[in-house]
Design a protein around this ligand. Structure first.
Ligand code: ADP
Length: 665
């Protein structure tokens, strides 16, 4: 093989080589004037310099690598010519006339003549712009990776760890040296090893895994809840060669999510209690709901409500509701007694919340058990909240227990206290309701009794009046007699109404169905009205020949008397009442219309309730029972009754009943 340095080389080859070299090459004479340059130099400078005129270099502007502008006669080529020494591998930046920048490595070398005198210099320029950019990108990326809070790890397709950043060290506790070259399963718990196969399978298929929540094991053996994103890593040819994994520690996030979930759950419970207790009057239901909800909300193993009862042998507390444990769990134990631990709750002295009751100085002092009786539910965490009425008396207490220590926190206490306050209001309402109910029963009993007591003398009175009617009397006495009979009849109707109320309340208003002509019955009533009432005329506006129905005739008479009587009574300035009776589709429909004082919209529903009378009409006599009874009778017949009216413009009462209803259905 020939020695390259001594091998002869053709000048033409040499010219070709430098002229078309991919490296920019140029020369200057010893005064610095450009003497020659190749095409690559022109491309790099972005301009064609003038031989013999441009000095040191053909570049438009030159800069130091840090961006400062460089005087042309300070450039490496100038320095080489001035010093006669080469300035190889200097780095500069040049600007092209189109304002593009290039990073260059320059290799200026002095050239000496045969006599050893400086003849000029030759410079080679290497464009390192792309390389510098890549370096910059790389260092930015590295800085990002290193400064990331997330763990960024890469591994090859065999699962061997190839890089490990600061975040990974912080989360998993291993240093880079400890894990590089090790298998990724070093941080995967044994029961989750199959995940790694799944991840590698996906990576090999070119698939990314996004935000996959899992658990990894740190160096100290503790669990780390993380969310991982794994992406395939490709080589320059696009082949998948490994995976990069970003893992975020989601432990705090999980805790927060958990807290939010619990807070929401509590809010829901608080809300459901609030609305659940509204209007509740059943004491047991209230206390059970409160005990269940507070047991759940506090995370107690069991909760109970004890009433503050005074027994023969002093104070003892009665178990009323229990949640989370069977009732027998307490019944075998007997009731808690007036011990140091229970006393403050039943005395309403405030909440007791203890992390470990068995270590409490008040605990275990009372014989015979000296602590919890044998077989008692294990209580370590203990909380007791008194339930005090708005009036200040202690109704009882809510008690909670848990076999672990330190379960009940201040937030649990606050919630139970607020629920206990709501419960005590609901319980108070329930008591008031029970009292009102008891009074109402007493009132009904009184009405029934009074009605019966009045009925007896009235019947006797009517008997004597009938006897007198049969005898000879002068016209004046006859008139007095008629009026007396009329008034006793009114009194009888009022007493009957009172008695009917008692019957309705007791569920004893029985109906006697019979088949009769409603039309005939209505005409008979009208006849009586004509006889007892001279002010109004009852006009039948529509009827058929006969209107046979199956119903309780007496009760239907009662309804008609009430509606026609009211129409007359509440239209003092009018003199007509209209009656419309019809049967269609197996329904009898009756309308009674007057031209009286009418009823305001706000009272139209109320007039069908017991004892309600429109306040402005109190000067017109009545008990406010007629419409209530009429409605009851119509509904018992399977029908409906309603009113259409405006204040001052008369009223129309309308009822419908089926014509073939049978007794008892
Ligand atoms: P009472 O007539 O004995 O007061 P009701 O139960 O029959 O009792 O009627 C209840 C109330 O309804 C009456 O007090 C009266 O204010 C109103 N009312 C009933 N019928 C009419 C009517 N036709 N026009 C105006 N108001 C009426």
């Amino acid at each position: 093989m020939p020695d390259i340095s001594t091998a002869p080389i053709d000048q033409v080859f040499l010219d070709e080589l430098v002229h078309f070299s991919p490296f920019a090459i140029y020369t200057c004479d010893r005064d610095g004037y450009l003497t020659w340059f190749n095409q690559a130099a022109v491309d790099l400078w972005g301009r064609t310099p003038v031989i013999g005129k441009d000095m040191w270099s053909g570049s438009w502007k030159t800069y130091y690598p840090d961006g400062r502008l460089m005087n042309q006669d300070d450039c490496p080529m100038a320095l080489t010519l001035k010093s006669g020494k080469s300035h190889e591998r200097s780095e500069i930046k040049i600007e092209q006339p189109n304002h593009q920048f290039k990073d260059l490595l320059v290799f200026p070398r002095p050239v000496f003549s045969n006599s050893g005198k400086l003849a000029g210099a030759i410079n080679t320029l290497i464009d390192i712009t792309e390389q510098k950019k890549a370096e910059k990108r790389q260092s930015t990326l590295s800085a990002i990776v290193e400064s990331s809070d997330d763990a960024i790890v890469s591994k090859n397709l065999d699962g061997i760890i190839t890089s490990w950043n600061n975040g990974a060290r912080r989360i998993f506790g291993y240093t880079e040296e400890e894990v590089i070259g090790k298998h990724i399963t070093i941080i995967i718990p044994p029961h989750l090893r199959s995940e790694e196969d799944m991840i590698i399978r996906n990576i090999k298929a070119g698939k990314k895994i996004d935000h996959f929540r899992t658990i990894r094991i740190a160096k100290d053996g503790s669990e780390r809840h993380i969310s991982i994103t794994v992406s395939p890593v490709k080589d320059g040819k696009g082949n998948i060669v490994g995976a990069s994994k970003i893992a975020r520690d989601v432990h705090e996030q999980l805790l927060r999510e958990n807290e939010i979930r619990l807070a929401n759950q509590r809010l829901e419970i608080m809300n459901s209690i609030g609305t659940g207790l509204l209007g509740k009057v059943d004491e047991h239901a209230i206390l059970q709901k409160v005990t269940d909800a507070t047991t759940k909300i506090t995370g107690a193993a069991f909760g109970a409500f004890f009433y503050n009862m005074v027994s023969d042998n002093g104070e003892s507390f009665m178990l009323y509701t229990l949640s989370g444990a069977p009732k027998e769990a307490f019944e075998r134990m007997g009731m808690p007694r007036n011990t140091e631990i229970f006393h403050p709750t039943f005395a309403g002295e405030g909440v007791i919340r203890v992390d470990d009751i068995t270590k409490d100085p008040r605990y275990g002092k009372n014989p015979p058990h000296n602590g919890m009786p044998h077989g008692h539910l294990p209580v370590v965490s203990y909380m007791a909240v008194p339930v005090v009425t708005p009036g200040g008396s202690v109704l009882g207490g809510l008690f909670f227990g848990h076999p672990d220590a330190g379960v009940f926190k201040a937030e649990h206490q606050n919630m139970v206290v607020s629920i206990a306050a709501q419960a005590s209001v609901a319980l108070d309402n329930s008591r008031l309701f029970q009292e009102v109910k008891a009074l109402s029963i007493k009132k009904d009993e009184f009405i029934a009794l009074a009605g019966h007591e009045m009925k007896t003398p009235l019947t006797i009175l009517k008997g004597y009046l009938q006897l007198l009617e049969k005898g000879e009397v002068d016209p004046l006495k006859r008139m007095f007699l008629d009026k007396s009979v009329h008034q006793t009849n009114r009194l009888n109707t009022l007493i009957e109404e009172l008695l009917d109320i008692s019957r309705v309340e007791a569920g004893k208003l029985s109906l006697q169905y019979e088949y009769f002509d409603f039309r005939k019955m209505a005409y008979d009533i009208m006849e009586t009205f004509r006889y007892t009432n001279e002010t109004h005329e009852i006009i039948v506006v529509n009827t058929k020949k006969d209107l046979f129905i199956n119903a309780d005739m007496q009760r239907m008479e009662q309804v008609m008397n009430n509606l026609l009587g009211n129409a007359i009574k509440y239209s003092p300035k009018a003199n007509k009442v209209y009656l419309d009776m019809d049967i269609q589709n197996e329904m009898l429909t009756v309308k009674v219309k007057d031209e009286g004082i009418g009823i305001g919209k706000q009272d139209q529903d109320k007039i069908f309730t017991r004892f309600f009378r429109v306040s402005e009409n109190k000067n017109i006599s009545g008990l406010g029972l007629g419409l209530y009874l009429s409605k009851e009778i119509i509904e018992r017949h399977g029908g409906t009754i309603s009113v259409t009216s405006s204040k001052g413009e008369g009223a129309e009462f309308c009822f419908s009943i089926p014509i073939n209803k049978q007794q008892g259905n």
